[in-house]
Write a protein that binds this ligand. Structure first.
Ligand code: UDP
Length: 492
């Protein structure tokens, strides 16, 4: 990544007359990827815009996958500069027992101490687009008279819940997860307490306090960009724009600009091996298994998954990580750098048994290239929002395996509202999903008529997603409208 000074000089040599927008993601691939794709879309489709992509660096965040993605020339068009925020040491503040969002927020808070000087050195951009957990930027940017736009990397349904949270917090005593009825968000589909996001499941912990703090500041944004599109989430989008509850907050204008997904990605030799193997498989015949950047299974669940896949007799590619019995998101900050030798934890004889049928990839794969491949017909996914957008955009049906954050909400939407996913179930009193159930659901998705119906539904959504981002489509228009606003904004 370029140093701040060098990037600043470069900007002045090559892009002086352009409007300058800065983009600030929180740590974590699920935040970095959609905002980097937004930055790319801004410079590729709007040649009058120059983007500085600000990267938070701490000693607690060591992801090889992140560095490779941000460094790769294929993902780095002219007009887009990657700018390192001066690194901070958070090892004295971050504790091992901190939950994932608390860690993110602590890293962000420390890093933003230098945001003001970074923005001044960059010549005060016309606008700053921030991730949901970077709201410390509001105060700093108000001193510099830079308008701040929030970017919701999860769904609009998540956004409506987040906007409603301060009201819920005032009205409900005790834990939300203990409520006897689904939670009604004005104008939106109710959320079952069981499906609530991790961040609000325990109101006494720090994670909840951070989440509440950032979400309660959403109304301060000049606008909110969402990684979704009009036809896909028409109900919550209508609610946000028209329901009296959201109007009185007041809710800033919402810009659905998605799906924003990775276009090109750097590939390693194992990725090339995967794609070549896929070339030799029949259409829609391969199941891809990946659990986002953080997702890990317990030792017991990994064993069941391995034998369940083998029992299903379906072709598969499995992105494998060392099991973790304590934390379902254990590779979130070090994905691609994690120590990982599948032979040391896979059941004996498994790799031999699956030869020719399944491929195992360590830690990280070129997910989008695999989903885009015509041989891929199913995706066992943790239902992170980026993975959801990527699967739908490539017309791949889903087996929902939610693990952390808001993934249970996403899984409910995919299975119950949209009918593009199936969900395996645990037996009564079981702590893992058994191999027989995994095998049953995999076969159902890959071989049955029901699986075909799901695939045809997801292919319709794929077409709708493509229309949205095409020239003249709803997301294209929404982004153009925002860019026009930025272009017309006069610098104070
Ligand atoms: N991803 C990838 N290869 C992998 C695992 C994940 O490229 O082996 C990418 C995936 O394509 C997606 C992102 O990492 O863009 C994960 O984001 P998501 O919102 O799905 O989940 P999170 O990591 O935030 O839980």
């Amino acid at each position: 990544m370029a140093e701040l000074e060098a990037d600043h000089d470069h900007q002045h040599q090559t892009t002086k007359p352009k409007k300058h927008v800065a983009v600030l993601p929180s740590p974590g691939m699920g935040h970095i990827i959609p905002l980097f794709e937004l930055a790319k879309r801004l410079v590729v489709f709007n040649h009058d815009i120059h983007v500085s992509f600000l990267v938070i660096n701490t000693d607690e965040d060591d992801s090889a996958a992140r560095d490779q993605y941000l460094h790769s020339h294929s993902t780095h068009p002219p007009g887009l500069d990657v700018v390192d925020i001066p690194p901070v040491n958070v090892s004295d503040i971050v504790r091992d027992d901190m939950l994932i969002l608390t860690r993110i927020c602590v890293m962000v808070e420390e890093s933003l101490k230098s945001l003001k000087s970074v923005l001044i050195k960059l010549g005060k951009p016309e606008a700053l687009v921030i991730d949901l957990f970077c709201t410390g930027a509001f105060e700093i940017c108000s001193e510099l008279s830079i308008p701040v736009y929030s970017f919701s990397s999860p769904s609009t349904a998540f956004l409506t819940f987040s906007l409603y949270l301060p009201t819920l917090d005032r009205e409900v005593e005790g834990e939300f997860v203990n409520l006897p009825e689904p939670i009604s968000i004005p104008g939106c589909s109710p959320i079952r307490p069981d499906d609530l996001l991790d961040q609000v499941r325990n109101r006494k912990n720090d994670q909840y306090k951070w989440f509440y703090l950032h979400m309660s500041r959403l109304p301060l944004a000049a606008g909110i960009l969402v990684n979704t599109w009009e036809d896909f989430e028409s109900v919550p989008l209508k609610a946000i724009r028209e329901h009296s509850f959201f109007l009185q907050l007041p809710t800033p204008p919402v810009y659905p600009v998605g799906p924003l997904i990775k276009q090109d990605e750097p590939s390693s030799s194992s990725d090339v091996e995967c794609l070549t193997w896929l070339d030799n498989q029949p259409a829609d015949s391969v199941l891809f298994i990946a659990l986002g950047s953080g997702g890990t299974l317990t030792t017991g669940q990994l064993l069941e998954m391995a034998w369940g896949l083998e029992m299903s007799q379906q072709k598969f590619i499995w992105v494998l990580r060392k099991p973790d019995d304590a934390d379902a998101s254990s590779t979130f900050f070090n994905v691609g750098s994690d120590v990982n030798d599948p032979k040391s934890y896979l059941p004996e004889g498994f790799l031999e048994k699956i030869q020719g049928v399944g491929l195992v990839v360590k830690s990280w794969a070129t997910q989008v290239a695999i989903l885009r491949h015509p041989s891929t017909g199913g995706f066992l996914s943790h239902c992170g929002w980026n993975s959801t957008m990527e699967s739908i955009t490539h017309g791949v049906a889903i087996i929902a395996w939610p693990l952390y954050a808001e993934q249970k909400m996403n899984a409910a939407m995919l299975t119950e509202e949209l009918g593009v996913a199936m969900k395996p179930v645990k037996g009564p009193g079981e702590t893992v999903v058994r191999r027989e159930e995994i095998s049953r659901v995999v076969r159902l998705l890959m071989e049955s008529e029901e699986g075909e119906i799901i695939r045809s539904r997801v292919k319709k959504l794929r077409d709708s997603a493509r229309r949205a981002v095409d020239n003249g489509g709803s997301s294209h228009n929404s982004l153009s409208c925002l860019v026009e606003k930025w272009k017309n904004e006069i610098k104070p």
